[in-house]
Design a protein around this ligand. Sequence first.
Ligand SMILES: C[S@@+](CC[C@H](N)C(=O)[O-])C[C@H]1O[C@@H](n2cnc3c(N)ncnc32)[C@H](O)[C@@H]1O
Length: 228
Amino acid sequence: MEPEFWLERWQQSQIGFHQAEPEPLLPKHWSALHLSANSTVFVPLCGKSLDMVWLAGQGHKVIGNELSQIAIDDFFAEQDLTPEVRTVPGFTIKSAGPYELWCGDFFAMPAIATRNVTAIYDRAALIALPPAIRKLYATKLTELTHGTAKTLLITLEYDQSILPGPPHSVPGKEVQDLFAINWQVTELICEQTLTLSPKFKQHGLEYVDQSVYVMSPRTNEPAKAATK
Ligand SMILES: C[S@@+](CC[C@H](N)C(=O)[O-])C[C@H]1O[C@@H](n2cnc3c(N)ncnc32)[C@H](O)[C@@H]1O
């Protein structure tokens, strides 16, 4: 998707992906990463997700990245926080309390942004991207975290011929192809989800499969690019 697609969705408040409560799979599976409370967690394509609030509640520092300034401003306003603002080329960075949110294009993020990151949380980030971009996403994520961050990844799988994304269907094989070179990828669960946005039901999909993966770095050596 072009950046304009997402910016427009935020401008028009068409944000059906945003959840009014933290994602229930997050508290259920986060402990699988075995992180210390003071770890720094990177949340790519973060929107104004309340999952960041849950992560901060565990004692984590949260680095988020999001294209839309509206999303970031909403997040801080809804948390009753007034952020400090600084800029680096291509990014406006707003920070308050445990949050540091980078507004700008994920694919242009500098490695300095994520230098202290030891974990990644991806809900509705990989699956927001079309197939041709997902390899670039995996490569950039690996590069940003030097291939050393433990990751919790949530994906959906359904018949993409019935409904075009986003959210896109990302099968387990593709997750392996994208990440297994640098991470050991383990599927924790795959279950049908009924908590779907209305457009799935409008297209006759009563449920879709939702998977949760934990990905552990294979090595502390420099990351390799995905080959797919
Ligand atoms: C499906 S939403 C998910 C948001 C969040 N993860 C959540 O769970 O609510 C995808 C988000 O990615 C953002 N986004 C899309 N492309 C991006 C890019 N290249 N860089 C940064 N953010 C991007 C969009 O603005 C949108 O807020």
